[in-house]
Ligand binder design. Structure first.
Ligand code: ATP
Ligand code: MG
Length: 433
């Protein structure tokens, strides 16, 4: 790795009196973990997004702890813990709904004969323990490599992260191309953090994305699913989508949509995607449930609609066309992102529900209302109406119709996702179409 400049001669220690992180803003669970490790003679620090977000005055999503205790030593200290992960072995310590992730300090890939790389230079497994400095420089961005040491409440900056927080920029530690080769997902992380924090991506890290984007094709589809959900459920999906287009990465995530976008796309459909992502952002930011099924329904809708119209010109008979096209489009999509079946099914049900919203006579409306995905399909239809893809009076009609239902109120989408999920619960392995 080309990151000599990031070695410890640059270590900056900021004493408690000179930084803004107070124990009051750290969760009780994280403090408990830090103190127990420390009282047992181990080094224990808060690291990663928790430290970064606290410095920025943002509420951290979770707290990550780094320590010199091995996973087995951590496990022995906490009854409520379990060792997870293969690529990286970590310990999860559970406190009610909170999980604190504890990682043992690790050395960088290249320093170890035990690190497995694939032919593209990608790290497959890396469980070599190291010291805190080695741990810092194997992290992705400088702003993610800041440590808050519970021993004296000081902050440790091994990679220039504080300066980059000031500059509001994401800078990779070391040579960007090498770091993306080791783990191409770092490109998606760059976009996610840029959107979430409203940071810029430092020039060399940004340039290397154009060069390395194609490496995303080697990421296992199951990991892609996790990362894509993080991107679109970050609360900044709209911005993420813009960045994916700007950096030409959409083609590795949803190639069918990317092709459609190259092909003179309709403004209305673009508005639809924009509004649907804005809707998801609002839901995430106000604590309402969201589902990956809805996201994939949105991202693939222009393609599905376009192809369905090509095989069926009669708008009265769109349901079977959407079912057929939905299935083939989804089959192509899951080669890139392994979408668990309950979500791909939800997306397909949302699509085939759309023509049914036009049938407001007799029992048909009541039947649609009882569909497991009704709530998500209704939101989808309303967004189409909002941008002019569907008649506005239809969304009005359905809103009034629901309000008139005895006891019908609005069932939360989560409940409906649960319903759709239930029959598959017993399957242990994630299955994709
Ligand atoms: P958030 O939790 O807000 O999404 P985070 O920065 O905490 O952001 P995590 O995925 O929780 O992200 O990872 C915790 C830390 O582990 C990161 O801050 C970073 O230091 C390190 N890390 C995570 N993924 C990678 C990666 N792919 N390559 C290098 N370091 C990583
Ligand atoms: Mg985190």
């Amino acid at each position: 790795m080309n990151n000599q400049e990031a070695h410890s001669d640059q270590l900056i220690v900021i004493p408690r009196s000179q930084h803004s992180i107070s124990r009051k803003s750290i969760s009780d669970a994280a403090l408990k973990v830090l103190y127990r490790l420390s009282n047992s003679g181990h080094r224990a620090c808060l690291v990663g997004g928790g430290v970064r977000d606290l410095l920025l005055g943002v509420q951290p999503k979770d707290f990550d702890v780094a320590t010199d205790a091995t996973p087995e030593e951590i496990r022995a200290l906490f009854k409520n813990s379990r060792i997870i992960g293969r690529r990286f072995r970590l310990v999860h310590i559970r406190f009610g709904r909170d999980i604190i992730e504890v990682a043992t300090f690790r050395a960088h890939a290249e320093d170890s004969a035990r690190t497995e790389l694939d032919t593209h230079g990608r790290i497959l497994r890396d469980n070599t323990f190291g010291d805190i400095e080695e741990d810092a420089i194997r992290r992705d961005f400088t702003v993610n490599a800041l440590y808050y040491d519970i021993h004296d409440f000081s902050m440790l900056d091994y990679a220039g992260g504080l300066q980059d927080i000031e500059k509001r920029q994401l800078r990779l530690i070391g040579d960007p191309t090498t770091r993306y080769q080791e783990d191409p997902v770092r490109m998606l992380r760059a976009l996610r953090f840029a959107a979430k924090l409203d940071f810029s991506i430092e020039a060399s890290a940004a340039d290397a994305i154009h060069e390395c984007g194609r490496l995303l094709a080697v990421i296992p589809p199951a990991r892609m699913f996790d990362e894509v959900v993080k991107l679109f459920h970050s609360g900044n999906a709209r911005r993420v989508f813009e960045l994916l287009r700007e950096f030409n990465l959409l083609r590795y995530l949803v190639p069918a949509l990317d092709e459609w976008l190259q092909d003179d796309p309709s403004e209305l459909m673009l508005d639809f995607i924009d509004q649907a992502l804005a809707n998801t952002d609002t839901r995430v930011n106000t604590g309402q449930p969201v589902s990956p099924g809805f996201i994939f329904a949105v991202l693939l809708w222009p393609v599905v609609w376009h192809e369905a119209c090509e095989i069926q010109s009669d708008r009265q008979r769109m349901i079977p066309a959407l079912a057929q096209v939905g299935e083939t489009v989804m089959k192509r999509q899951v080669r890139h992102i392994s979408i668990p079946r309950r979500f791909s099914q939800m997306a397909r049900d949302i699509w085939t529900s759309q023509p049914r919203f036009h049938r407001t006579q007799g029992k048909q409306a009541q039947r649609l209302l009882e569909f497991p995905v009704f709530r998500a399909a209704y939101d989808f239809m309303c967004i189409q109406a909002m941008v002019g893809l569907s008649p506005y009076k239809l969304s009005r009609w359905w809103t009034d119709y629901q309000a008139d239902q005895p006891d019908q109120g609005e069932r939360p989408a989560e409940e409906q996702t649960e319903k759709a999920r239930r029959p598959r619960r017993r399957r242990r392995k994630r299955s994709a179409d």
